[in-house]
Ligand binder design. Structure first.
Ligand SMILES: C[S@@+](CC[C@H](N)C(=O)[O-])C[C@H]1O[C@@H](n2cnc3c(N)ncnc32)[C@H](O)[C@@H]1O
Length: 202
């Protein structure tokens, strides 16, 4: 898959990286983060970090739902930027990053260890298509991590979780929203310009 810049970073992203001394910025093609076999099985996109301004917006909107979220899970966490950001806010009991690529999960763990005294984040190397979400109301973050087939598998695998716990999907660069609709999700709100939306089974 060709790389394409979904969102432009700005001064907040440069500040986040510099202030915390972490390595999260830059775009990495699939060839740089996974073997071809792994990439094909994962059906994933390339690495690209979510800008801080979107994370702020997602957190604010999550709080506005009134749901007492227990977990934040980033499916396809890459170098861990979203998890490191959410971990520092203290808004969630558990913050988990799930990533298929071993080079990226190692960088994510290094980043966390550097920030160890400030945030508790778990980084798990796994394929999202067969990853079971933890119990409790969860804010599941997707930044266009994989194609529609992998998305459908992830949702099917976790459908009972969404039905039971009332978890929400925060979806950035939400090109496969139709998959969610087909699995019974409703769009709670959408920012068309920024292609950012929240979804839940209501
Ligand atoms: C667009 S990046 C998003 C990175 C991160 N969520 C962020 O917002 O900063 C998508 C990530 O999903 C990962 N990915 C792709 N397919 C995956 C799969 N099946 N399971 C887990 N991670 C996957 C890629 O390796 C890549 O790091």
């Amino acid at each position: 898959m060709e790389t394409e810049k979904y969102y432009d970073p700005d001064w907040r992203d440069r500040f986040f990286q510099k202030w915390h001394g972490v390595d999260v910025e830059g775009i990495l093609p699939v060839a740089a983060i996974a073997s071809p076999e792994l990439a094909a099985a994962a059906r994933g996109t390339f690495y690209q970090p979510i800008p801080v301004r979107y994370l702020k917006r997602i957190l604010k909107s999550a709080k506005a739902t009134g749901i007492p979220f227990r977990n934040f899970v980033d499916m396809g966490c890459g170098k861990g930027k979203a998890c490191l950001y959410m971990g520092r806010t203290g808004a969630f009991r558990r913050v988990i990053g799930v990533e298929i690529s071993s080079p990226l999960i190692l960088i994510a763990r290094d980043n966390r260890n550097y920030m160890a005294r400030k945030t508790q984040v778990e980084f798990v190397q796994a394929d999202a298509q067969t990853y079971l979400l933890p119990d409790g109301p969860t804010l599941v973050f997707l930044f266009n991590p994989f194609d529609a087939i992998a998305m459908s598998r992830f949702i099917s695998f976790n459908l009972r979780h969404f039905q039971r716990h009332g978890s929400i999907i925060a979806y950035a660069f939400d090109i496969d929203r139709e998959v969610l609709k087909n699995h019974g999700f409703k769009t709670l709100w959408r920012d068309d310009k920024n292609r950012l939306s929240f979804h839940a089974i209501t």
